[in-house]
Design a binder for this molecule. Structure first.
Ligand code: PHE
Ligand code: ZN
Length: 849
């Protein structure tokens, strides 16, 4: 196994410039021929020397330079043409290779899914298609000819010409190879059109299999709203005559922003009220927007190298978060995003896989499509915006698009536009990009003679390879409330730049209550000694919706931690405070549903570990159930009225208002089942006319130890529907009792329809296995063993997905010695496996280091 890292400091421009590429594909499942004509010239800014092309698993048929046959023998990773064989002027290099898409189970390069041909080239898939400088700073114009009997033949850019058995495409915008795409299949389109602000008519198509065309309306609607939003908010217009989206069933990730031809995991396109949940609809809207927004942030301006991945991903996530907030509710969106950030990114940042938003070395780039690059990358941009203000942000972004359009840029370029547009020095701020780890900010408060002083101290925990860190620039948004609940100091952004810094607030009549880190203005852990009374006060009175929610969250965590560690009783004050929020009809139902969501078990394990305890998964599970039971008792009298008042009138709509009502109603149903053993959930399941309510009721029934008949009925109704059956698999695993989890997974994985080579199905069962905290961490170690067995089975077929799922083990240092030993033994077993992939090898190695 080769584990040689690629390093940022070794960056060198490519030896040549590649102006134009002509590709011809003769598609066949076992023997596709790819003919490539690369129009190359020496790069005056390059290092000179040999011409090195990437290529993996390609059978070379022919090679010629300016029409003259060339002898060259590829090695395992590519092809070198010696400097002395290269002209000192522009030349054309032609190659013909053969590849076998049918046998491609890794789903990288050209592969087949449900009888259709499709491609996935990010990050380094193009090298599995033809010999090519497969690096993002080599940008070329592509002409593509596809020859195939398939009725629909698609590639990037605009259609040029087509006839029976062939089609030609031209992409006028220079692009790196990772944005190349090709699709050939028996597909039908859901079509619409869009007129850009400057009057360009764009044909929009969502391509799906026959029978799925009725499930594309929401994706199309989301696309149109995204296009309009990017014009209105960022001044960015679409730049081709067509925009195509294709849904495929076999896909390693969510979706891909190939220029003019986005390819999507079908679960992020197809939706009807009967088959998709509110969460699915929200995700579809967000991911359609995300991929569309990449057209400017990623495609028109791309990354110089893969170390700069957050340049496109952090920014595009930030943009899709803004969009979702505008479409739905900013408060609710922010809470959801922070929940996800803490669950995935803080977890990553605090463990053996921690890495900087801009890493400086990697073994396998596929392993760096992480919560840190994406979600923390977006947080860093949110902080920049908080520091420079709305106008500064807009000026910087305009300058970015202006200055770097058509380029492959770096984080230095990105920060420079902010410096040039605002005059601010971002040298210290840059540490957010280069240093890993979640800062902890300790707060102390002082009140004397009418002056309120907040002292903030930042601590920067060590992470792998980075023992010492410099102070960060941390924007801390603060508001002050009077004891009567009025806001006396509206939100103000304090800039913490020193290790310790004090901020004074003068002219106050009474000691205020501070609301700190409003809107979660920085991705840090706030350490604050706050009484339960003060938290309850903020839960009741804070004008900042995020901090209002956060106060309840912190209160719940304190209470739950005491229940777990000391065996304490549920706090009456917490119950009363939460009940008030749950029943407060002046609040958005979606917000109330979030307030009712108890802290997750993994979250509690992390919290206890941070506080110096060794988390016991079984105790956490039991205490959380007890907490839910007590909350149900507290609300018992109010639940029927609450739920009746949330009935949705009229036909299903996937909008935020209806979704919020369903979320709160189903939270009520879950509580009710703690009182009636699931009777109401049985009735709710029987009456449900949409997937949101069906799945919620089913989950509640399984938690209550019931649901066998419903599971059978669900299966009978949806047996042929892959996406719906993924939910059926997943709900059983997520809600299995801890001691039953291994046997539930074993039973499900022996079914004929457990198609484990399909990433969605694999994630539905094996991903859910790791998400069932108490079950996965059951003292027997059966969960760990099962996961490792499946990772080892998947790895030879699909290393990318195997490596991604291995992160379930990243939290091992939190647990007791027995569990640590069990997990480490599984990681060592993985490391010792013959033929282990570079992907999984790197992950296991880092987790063991
Ligand atoms: N670039 C894609 C996105 O964020 C993610 C992706 C990466 C998809 C690698 C496939 C492979 O939108
Ligand atoms: Zn992206």
């Amino acid at each position: 196994m080769t584990q040689t890292p690629v390093k940022l400091v070794d960056y060198q421009p490519f030896s040549h410039v590649l102006n134009r590429v002509e590709l011809t594909f003769r598609l066949a499942p076992q023997a596709t021929r790819v003919l490539a004509r690369l129009h190359l010239a020496p790069n005056p800014a390059g290092p000179g020397g040999d011409l090195r092309l990437d290529g993996e698993g390609l059978r070379l048929i022919a090679l010629a330079l300016d029409g003259v046959a060339l002898e060259a023998t590829p090695d395992a990773t590519g092809l070198t043409i010696a400097a002395q064989a290269l002209p000192d002027a522009p030349f054309v290099l032609e190659s013909e290779v053969e590849i076998a898409p049918e046998g491609n189970t890794a789903l990288e390069g050209l592969y087949m899914s449900g009888g259709m041909y499709c491609t996935q080239c990010e990050a380094e898939g193009f090298r599995k298609i033809t010999f090519y400088p497969d690096r993002p700073d080599v940008m070329a114009r592509f002409d593509v000819r596809i020859e195939s009997e398939m009725p629909v033949l698609l590639s990037n850019g605009n259609p040029v010409a087509a006839g029976p058995g062939w089609a030609e495409w031209h992409d006028p915008w220079p692009k790196p190879a990772y944005l190349f795409a090709l699709v050939a299949g028996d597909l039908v389109a859901h079509s619409a059109s869009f007129t850009t602000a400057s009057g360009r008519e764009v044909a929009l198509n969502i391509w799906v299999r026959q029978g799925d065309e009725g499930r594309c309306a929401y994706a199309m609607d989301s696309l149109i709203r995204s296009m309009r939003w990017d014009e209105q908010v960022y001044g960015r217009e679409y730049d081709l005559d067509v925009f195509n989206i294709v849904a495929v069933d076999d896909f390693n990730m969510g979706a891909m922003e190939n220029k003019g031809l986005n390819i999507f995991n079908s679960k992020l396109v197809l939706a009807t009220p009967e088959t998709a949940t509110d969460t699915d609809y929200e995700r579809i809207e967000a991911v359609i927007a995300h991929e569309y927004f990449h057209n400017w942030t990623g495609n028109r301006i791309t990354c110089r190298d893969w170390f700069q991945l957050c340049l496109k991903e952090g920014l595009t996530v930030f943009r899709d978060q803004q969009f979702s907030g505008d479409m739905r509710s900013h408060a609710v969106k922010r809470i959801e995003d922070v929940l996800a950030l803490r669950a995935r990114q803080f977890r990553e940042d605090g463990g053996p896989l921690a890495h900087a938003v801009r890493p400086d070395a990697y073994v396998e780039i596929n392993n760096f499509y992480t919560a840190t690059i994406y979600e923390k990358g977006a947080e860093v941009i949110g902080m920049l915006k908080a520091l420079v203000g709305e106008a500064g942000y807009k000026a910087a972004l305009d300058l970015y698009f202006d200055r770097h359009d058509g380029q492959a840029a770096t984080i230095e370029d990105w920060l420079r536009v902010f410096e040039d547009a605002t005059g601010r020095d971002l040298t210290q701020f840059k540490r957010w990009y280069t240093e890993a780890g979640t800062p902890r900010v300790k707060v102390t408060e002082d009140w004397a003679e009418g002056v309120f002083t907040l002292t903030l101290q930042q601590e920067l925990p060590p992470t792998p390879g980075q023992p010492d860190k410099g102070a960060k620039v941390i924007p801390v948004a603060v508001g002050l409330l009077n004891p009567n609940g009025d806001e006396v100091v509206p939100t103000t952004v304090l800039e913490l730049v020193e290790p310790v810094q004090s901020f004074r607030f003068e002219g106050l009549a009474a000691r205020p209550v501070a609301s700190i880190l409003r809107g979660f203005s920085a991705p840090v852990v706030l350490e604050r000694n706050v009484s339960a009374q003060e938290r309850a006060f903020l839960l009741a009175h804070d004008t900042d919706p995020f901090n209002k929610w956060e106060a309840g969250r912190a209160l719940a965590k304190d209470v739950l931690a005491r229940m777990i560690v000391e065996g304490a009783e549920v706090s009456r004050d917490w119950l009363a405070a939460l009940a008030r929020v749950a029943l407060d009809e002046s609040l958005d139902p979606a917000f109330r549903a979030l307030a009712l969501r108890l802290p997750g078990e993994d979250d509690m394990a992390a919290t206890l570990h941070d506080a110096g305890h060794v988390p016991d998964p079984a105790r956490i599970h039991a205490a959380r159930r007890a907490m839910a039971g007590a909350l149900a008792q507290e609300l018992a009298g109010a639940l029927p009225g609450l739920m009746a008042g949330l009935a949705v009138q009229g036909p299903f709509a996937p909008d935020a208002a209806q979704a919020g009502k369903r979320a709160l109603r189903n939270a009520g149903l879950a509580l009710l089942s703690r009182l009636d053993g699931g009777a109401a959930a049985e009735a709710a399941y029987a009456q449900a006319d949409n997937m949101t309510d069906s799945l919620a009721a089913l989950a509640v029934l399984l938690e209550a130890g019931r649901g066998a008949a419903e599971l059978a009925g669900f299966e009978a109704r949806w047996a042929g529907e892959r996406l719906v059956m993924d939910k059926w698999f997943m709900v059983q695993v997520l809600h299995a009792a801890p001691q039953d989890l291994a046997s539930v997974v074993e039973r499900l994985t022996t079914r004929a329809d457990f198609d484990w080579k399909n990433p969605n199905r694999f994630r539905a069962v094996i991903g859910a296995l790791a998400a069932n905290h108490a079950g996965f961490h059951h003292a027997s170690g059966a969960g760990y063993r099962l996961l490792a067995d499946w990772l080892l089975r998947l790895d030879p077929k699909n290393p990318q997905t195997a490596a991604r799922m291995s992160t379930a083990f990243e939290t091992w240092p939190r647990y007791d010695a027995d569990r640590q030993a069990l997990i480490r033994a599984e990681l060592e077993r993985i490391m010792a496996a013959p033929g282990l992939s570079r992907d999984l090898g790197e992950m296991a190695g880092r987790m063991l280091a």
